[in-house]
Design a protein around this ligand. Structure first.
Ligand SMILES: O=C(O)CCC(=O)C(=O)O
Length: 329
């Protein structure tokens, strides 16, 4: 696949999002599923040995993940093995892990994804470390206390609103990849058409009930909200100012996606404590990172630097003053 057609690019600029089907191949998806299956099996075996969950009965990744998530007292004990980012908790120690495996690195550097990104951000491409995998069990299996958007529904936000202000002028593109089909039933993304032309909207800071920064529902123009259904292996491109959220998963299986971000080399990432890398460069091809182990090491080194206090552990606090507004109550 080459990059976007002129018509697709015009739609990104006009609507603030674009659905692109069939970006990843069946082999690409199989590599990811294989890596994740091994991690899940290892993590659940440990939890079984610790007596925290019963031995799994299901056979598929989806069944085993749902089973484990249903039984475990703290879902993050399992989930943090699977995310592709360190947790943004108040105090980090050496225990949090993440998946910095080679299948994820292959995904971040997948030429078809980079072709799409290049159409929007140009040929000098930096992999911006604002990134997650989201593996969402059916909503009926989630206790009300679980509001993290990696596992539960995602509430309205702009990606620009959840990063640090230093990156407000960064041309950041979100590339959201469906590992399973994403449908209205299982909780696909929804977006407000054209909202990227309205600048940065006010957000409310996360609360005890919902740890995630969000745009109040009252501000969303429901008449312009569209579901972004896409098949497994397809992608959704989002402008950094596009207001978006996800639906709940009302299916019987998981809804699984990755959200990755790219930007031109040299602009701030908005999460400078985390490591990004040069993913493609025509000007300096020798600077492109190609070794998955080197990428994984960047994350472990970042964790060490954060834990030792060498770098300040700062996340977006720009909306904190809004906590006292009635609309955020
Ligand atoms: O996948 C989701 O539920 C949310 C993704 C999202 O909000 C994002 O990529 O910015």
């Amino acid at each position: 696949m080459a990059g976007l057609t002129a018509d697709q690019l015009a739609r990104v600029h006009e609507e603030g999002y674009l659905v692109v089907e069939d970006v990843l191949s069946a082999d690409d998806l199989a590599g990811i599923e294989d890596e994740y299956r091994k991690i899940l099996d290892r993590a659940t075996a440990d939890l079984v040995a610790e007596g925290r969950i019963p031995p799994p009965e299901g056979t598929s990744f989806s069944e085993r993940y749902i089973e484990a998530m249903q039984h475990i007292d703290d879902m993050y004990a399992l989930y943090q093995h699977l995310d592709i980012c360190l947790p943004m908790v108040e105090r980090l120690d050496h225990s949090p892990t993440m998946n910095a495996g080679s299948a994820v690195f292959q995904l971040l550097t997948n030429p078809r994804l980079l072709d799409l990104a290049e159409s929007v951000v140009g040929p000098e491409i930096y992999s911006n470390p604002v990134q997650h995998t989201r593996i969402k069990p059916p909503a009926r299996h989630l206790p009300d206390t679980v509001t993290d958007s990696n596992i539960a529904v995602t509430i309205w936000h702009q990606d620009n609103g959840v990063i640090n202000p230093e990156a407000d002028d960064t041309d950041m593109l979100t590339v959201w990849i469906a590992v399973t089909d994403a449908t209205v039933e299982n909780g696909c993304l929804i977006a407000e058409r054209g909202s990227h032309r309205e600048d940065l909207t006010m957000h409310c800071p996360g609360t005890a009930a919902s740890s995630t920064t969000y745009i109040p529902e009252a501000i969303i123009d429901r008449d312009r909200v569209v579901p972004l259904e896409v098949g497994a292996g397809g992608a959704v491109l989002l402008h950094k100012l596009t207001e978006h959220a996800s639906l709940d998963n009302h299916s019987k299986a998981i809804r699984w996606s990755f959200d990755l971000r790219y930007k031109p080399i040299g602009q701030p990432t908005g999460r400078s404590v985390f490591p990004g890398f040069i993913a493609r460069s025509k000007a300096h091809p020798e600077q492109v990172l190609t070794d998955p182990a080197e990428w994984a090491n960047l994350w472990w080194q970042a964790r060490d630097r954060i834990v030792s206090g060498e770098v300040p552990w700062e996340f977006n606090t720009r909306w904190d003053a809004n906590a006292r507004l009635p609309i955020c109550a």
